[in-house]
Design a protein around this ligand. Structure first.
Ligand code: DC
Length: 684
């Protein structure tokens, strides 16, 4: 997940490949609550791991549910031991972030339980949660006789629920709830009231039109899995039969998130020209209403094949077709249509989307503002939005604000495919606060980059070259992390070749003796065949973790010898180029800016005086439990510098256009900031 202030997407040109969706947020949080309230233990498979589910898990733990993570057949399984409809704790303050799927049902369930069994609970969230209405649910709970106090604004969280043991609910008359602000109020009552239906039936009636009906279908389907069969008359009247009680199904599987699928369906429709996008985790047999996004995408031109739990999408009509669509049935996924509209011919108008205004942010206003930033013409009304794409010359390099709304970030990322709309010039897209995707899809950008292609020259490279122990490895790793980019420590490749050559006895014992032709060819062969894999800061060579060995002084000395062999450098050249991958690369070494990435957007040549470098190396070795002598380290460094500088093959020298940076007196933190500042400047 990218925990950085902003993520720059280069202009993207094509997409293809397979994505496995994370679990559905709506299903995950309903399943967790149901399992938590049930009698018995439930094994939950493929649960979404996200901000909103974390909030629900924390709340369940506070309420006395037993939670245990274990692995089964190589997969994570969460074991939830339910409370069997009994409050195990009389008091708690639950912090629910910005998770509507936790706030609404927990409010209803705890209101019902405290009224019957006694207790006092406070439910609050982040400031935006306190702007999201809950008044209709509070009204319904009050009709039942529940005591609900609004601790802030009337009609909004935070709330306090109170009751004394032995209380009763007014169930004689149907509970009435309005259905036109959020279907989550009805879902909340449907999830809570089986707790009160042991001895009598409970009837819920919806006032006015019910929006987002498909989410009610999910609720009803899951209630059934947990032993409660609700009778539905139209969308107006729901009866929970007498004798209902939650019973764990023992094992339940969470299907992939159909709303999350929408970004990849759109990606296929826009950019899958040679190879389809295969989406695993949802398909034709999905219980999620947002699966019907597929029909809307097809209407715009997507070519979609579907199996029970997979979809395969290619570009069909191009440019996409503009549509006019009532989106009541796909409220969340409809946002993705607003972005597909950037690639359509004409104006796309989405109506009946009033619920957008009370979601994570006012999504109609947010979508209009951000689509205008990339150059689109946008009109909006109380419950509709109309989007006309930018003409090719009008696409703008935009910094997209995301309003702490995961869907804004995921939607607007698709604007990076503007080269396919003929944008002149093609532009990148900056996504502010990319971490907000953690609400439902923590690895969204990794998945997007894994499927997307860009022109090589649009994938930016920063090179950091310099002598041994100048601190370039640490600096490059930190700059890469700050930008969310790939990192290539090219020294490790040479070190690995040095170790391999030594292990095969290909090097003369006398380090000063140059390699003869046969030895050179053999070492180059090792370089070409090198089986090396990077995993974070771990290095695997021939399937073995060699992270320590490779960073040892001895490996550095071997590297210095083999790196002077032209055939070795040639063998490693393409391998280094392959590290240039989305969204960008920071490469450190000796010749990154001069030979390997001569077109790098920013080249830094890092130096520090030999005494400073010897001291840094000394501290590093000592802290790794390796004994060292500072004077001999300095002599070694000076000797190696001389060898690296004076060799004929790729001698250590700064690129002509490199920024010289002596960091002898600069802390690592300051050095990182300095490079980021240069980069921001270059980019501007
Ligand atoms: O940076 P380092 O200490 O990991 O480098 C080890 C050796 O590898 C060093 O002596 C020079 C060589 N090297 C090189 O020639 N070209 C690179 N791009 C990186 C390292």
């Amino acid at each position: 997940m990218f925990s950085i202030p902003h993520l720059d997407l280069p202009a993207l040109t094509a997409a293809g490949g397979t994505v496995r969706l994370p679990g559905s947020k709506s299903i995950s949080n309903r399943v967790l609550l149901l399992a938590g309230l049930s009698e018995g233990t439930t094994d939950v498979h493929d649960l979404l791991d996200s901000d909103d589910t974390a909030v629900m898990l924390r709340a369940l733990e506070q309420l006395g549910c037993g939670l245990q993570q274990r692995r089964h057949d190589g997969q994570e399984v969460l074991e939830v031991r339910g409370v069997g409809g009994q409050l195990r704790t009389a008091q708690a303050a639950l912090l629910l972030g910005n998770a509507g799927t936790a706030m609404r049902p927990l409010t209803a369930a705890l209101a019902v339980l405290t009224t019957l069994q006694g207790g006092e609970f406070e439910l609050s969230g982040v400031p935006r949660m306190h702007e999201r209405p809950i008044g209709d649910l509070v009204d319904a709970l009050r009709q039942l006789g529940c005591q609900v106090d609004e601790l802030g604004q009337p009609g909004y969280p935070p709330l306090r629920l109170r009751g004394v043991a032995g209380g009763a609910l007014n169930l004689a008359a149907p509970v009435r709830v309005r259905g036109n602000v959020s279907s989550q109020f009805l879902t909340a009552l449907l999830l809570a009231l089986p707790l009160a239906a042991r001895s009598q039936a409970v009837v819920i009636e919806v006032e006015g039109e019910l929006i987002s009906k498909p989410y009610i279908d999910i609720t009803l389907a899951l209630l059934q899995r947990f032993g409660v069969k609700v009778q539905r008359e139209g969308w107006q009247r729901f009866t929970i039969p007498a004798g209902s009680a939650y019973q764990s199904p023992a094992r339940i599987h969470v299907e992939g998130d159909a709303s999350s699928a929408s970004y990849f369906v759109a990606l296929g429709a826009i950019a899958a020209v040679d190879q389809p996008i295969r989406i695993e985790g949802v398909g034709a047999s999905s219980i999620q209403g947002d699966i019907r996004f597929v029909e809307a995408a097809q209407a715009m031109g997507a070519d979609v094949q579907a199996g029970p739990n997979w979809l395969s999408v290619r570009r069909g009509a191009w440019p996409l077709r503009a549509v006019e669509l009532n989106c009541n049935h796909i409220p969340d996924a409809a946002m993705t249509l607003a972005v597909m509209a950037l690639y359509a011919k004409g104006t796309t108008r989405l109506s009946n989307i009033g619920s957008w205004r009370v979601k994570e942010t006012d999504r109609i206003a947010a979508m209009a503002t951000e689509l205008r930033k990339v150059g689109a013409q946008v009109a909006e009304g109380p419950d509709w939005i109309a989007v006309t794409p930018p003409p090719p010359q009008a696409w703008q390099l935009a910094s997209v604000h995301t309003y702490d709304d995961h869907r804004m970030a995921m939607c607007l990322s698709l604007a990076a495919f503007n080269p396919l709309a003929g944008a002149q010039p093609a532009v990148g897209v900056r996504i502010e606060d990319p971490r907000c995707v953690g609400k439902t899809f923590p690895d969204y950008f990794e998945a997007l980059f894994g499927l997307s292609r860009a022109r090589l020259q649009d994938i930016p490279v920063i090179t950091i070259d310099g002598p041994s122990s100048s601190g370039k490895g640490t600096l490059a790793a930190r700059v890469a992390a700050a930008l969310g980019w790939q990192h290539l420590d090219s020294g490790v490749l040479y070190r690995a070749v040095g170790l391999a050559a030594k292990a095969r006895s290909l090097l003369p014992d006398d380090a000063a003796q140059p390699l003869n032709e046969t030895a050179q060819a053999q070492v180059a062969g090792e370089a070409a065949a090198l089986d090396i894999r990077f995993e974070g800061d771990r290095v695997w060579i021939d399937g073995q973790d060699q992270s320590e060995a490779v960073r040892h002084e001895a490996a550095g000395a071997l590297a210095s010898r083999v790196s002077a062999v032209p055939a070795v450098r040639a063998a490693l050249h393409q391998r280094q180029l392959d590290f240039r991958a989305l969204p960008g690369l920071v490469a450190d070494g000796r010749d990154m800016g001069t030979v390997v990435f001569p077109d790098a957007a920013l080249k830094v040549f890092l130096t520090a005086d030999a005494a400073t470098r010897a001291e840094r190396r000394y501290k590093q070795l000592i802290s790794n439990g390796i004994s060292a002598n500072i004077e001999s380290l300095q002599l070694d460094l000076e000797a190696r510098d001389l060898r690296d500088r004076s060799r004929t093959m790729a001698p250590l020298k700064p690129a002509e256009d490199a920024v010289m940076f002596d960091n002898s007196g600069t802390s690592i933190e300051e050095s990182v900031q300095q490079v980021l500042q240069w980069w921001a400047h270059r980019r501007a």
